[in-house]
Design a protein around this ligand. Structure first.
Ligand SMILES: [Cu+2]
Length: 144
């Protein structure tokens, strides 16, 4: 009983190990070409300079967004509702203004159905934005 169970565990470990080796082997060519090329030919289209996050009545439509370093965050208000977006976050229902080191200063007033830009985010890290009007309307910006 016990031995067969150990055997099952061992076999699945071997399968996992082989699987991860295969994965690494498959990924290596793509990664290496991405790093080695870049001087000539097509520009790397995988680095967006702007990423859009939409806002609804009282929320961001996504809780977090990931940007490449140097990219700009575009905020679009899809509702006919104002938002005031600043550095900070709601914690347990309380507004806590705070700007992390390297964060662009954010103080944007949306009237409804409008779009504004934040950034560029030139420092890698995690930054928090919130709407001062709507409790728990938080957005985490991860810059890589
Ligand atoms: Cu709001």
């Amino acid at each position: 009983m016990k031995q067969s169970r150990i055997r099952v565990v061992l076999i699945s470990l071997v399968v996992l190990a082989l699987g991860s080796i295969l994965l690494v082997a498959c990924q290596r060519p793509g990664v290496s070409t991405a790093h080695s090329s870049g001087s000539s030919g097509s520009a790397s289209a995988s680095t967006p300079t702007s990423v859009t996050v939409h806002m609804g009545d009282s929320n961001f439509l996504q809780p977090s967004v990931t940007l490449s370093k140097g990219a700009t965050l575009t905020l679009t208000d899809d509702a006919t509702v104002p938002h005031i977006i600043q550095n900070g976050s709601w914690v347990n229902g309380a507004a806590q203004p705070a700007a992390e080191a390297g964060a662009p200063t954010v103080n944007l007033q949306f009237q409804g159905n409008d779009t504004q830009n934040v950034g560029p985010f030139n420092t890698a890290g995690t930054f928090h934005l919130y709407c001062t009007i709507h409790p728990n309307m938080n957005l985490t910006v991860v810059v890589q």
